[in-house]
Write a protein that binds this ligand. Structure first.
Ligand code: 3HC
Length: 312
């Protein structure tokens, strides 16, 4: 078939909401778009383990430690699914890791903020994982089969993450005045960086048009951000806390909240590498990568020694 025919088959699959699978023909720009998004999603999962891992040794109880350990471990698994999904598009694991370790590839801006108190761990589970779920539930309907299927598995585990965070922040919000103040302080510091997770405003999103055309994204950055605010404000009110946005106001006509936009200059600065923790996060990933070289060498040596498996 000539390219025009391949394109016709590709478009017909999209129109029927059929998955595009690794062995299917796909436009080069579709492949590149997915490699960019899926690999950066994987990087976000792996780097996201660092701010939370920072509190494993300081969790206030054995139960809290166990729950946080399980969550952080899950994030590593999410990274693995997503790197594997990205590899099915023809990029190697080494290429992706090299892009992360050299600072060329992005990961979610949210992980460049510090976790200053135990309340931050609750805020991350509640807000950050809550925002991630909102985005990832939408991505379960992504047109690329391996990405969509990875999302189905990840969303199941994310709901545990969000619940554990919300439980922890609820404990503080209904605790002593000092605990409630810690919960409010964490909300103040994590609210706007969480809104940035959904990406720049639609008016400044260069990738959204193609993402929507190719059904990689099914909703826009602003639509998801709005839905997140609408849902989360009610939880904040239940907790007796205050959203750190004096312009937040219910808009009856749109059946949603009007709210202040995040500081997009701060966002651009963070994704350029100048956030509070960017350098620390990259240094930690590089240190872990070099310290893990012996494990990779051993696994490769073991792999070479295995007898070739007959084709099933
Ligand atoms: N952090 C870092 N970079 C971001 C960003 C963010 N929060 N939001 C957008 N960007 C980057 C984009 O990558 C793009 O840069 P690039 O072209 O060099 O890749 C640029 O800003 C413009 O943004 P667009 O809106 O045009 O880009 P996208 O269409 O890719 O939308 C996105 C951005 C919404 C993040 C989309 O890529 C996406 O849905 N990604 C998958 C979800 C994801 O990565 N989530 C990260 C969190 S994972 C997580 O939270 C783990 C949880 O378990 C805690």
């Amino acid at each position: 078939m000539d390219t025009a025919k391949f394109e016709e088959v590709f478009e017909a699959k999209l129109a029927k909401n059929d998955f595009i699978e690794p062995k299917d023909w796909m436009p080069e720009n579709y492949r590149k778009h997915l490699i960019r998004q899926v690999s950066q999603h994987a990087h976000s999962e792996i780097v996201g383990m660092l701010p939370e891992g920072n509190w494993i040794t300081r969790a206030p109880s054995l139960r809290a430690k166990l729950v946080l350990l399980a969550k952080v471990q899950d994030e590593g698994g999410h990274g693995l699914y997503l790197y594997t999904a990205a590899e099915s598009l023809g990029i190697s694991r080494d290429e992706m890791l090299n892009a992360l370790l050299t600072g060329k590839a992005k990961y979610s801006s949210i992980f460049n903020y510090p976790t200053l108190t135990w309340a931050d761990i609750g805020a991350i589970g509640w807000l950050v994982d809550g925002a991630a779920i909102m985005n990832q539930v939408m991505l379960q309907r992504s047109s690329y089969g391996p990405y969509s299927r990875a999302m189905v598995r990840i969303c199941k585990e994310e709901s545990f993450h969000q619940r554990q965070g919300y439980e922890s922040i609820t404990h503080l919000a209904f605790g002593t005045p000092e605990q409630k103040a810690m919960a409010q302080d964490a909300l103040n510091r994590w609210w706007f960086p969480t809104l940035m997770m959904f990406g720049p405003p639609d008016r400044e999103s260069p990738n959204s048009e193609n993402a929507l055309k190719w059904r990689i994204k099914r909703e826009t950055n602003d639509q998801l951000r709005q839905r997140f605010v609408n849902q989360t404000v009610k939880q904040v009110e239940y907790l007796g806390l205050t959203v750190p946005d004096k312009h937040l106001k219910w808009n009856e006509a749109k059946q949603g909240y009007d709210f202040s936009e995040p500081d997009w200059d701060e966002f651009k600065n963070v994704i350029k590498g100048n956030g509070i923790c960017n350098k620390e996060r990259l240094a930690s990933r590089n240190k872990a990568h070099s310290e893990g070289a012996w494990v990779r060498a051993a696994a490769e040596a073991y792999g070479k020694k295995q007898p070739e498996k007959e084709a099933a």
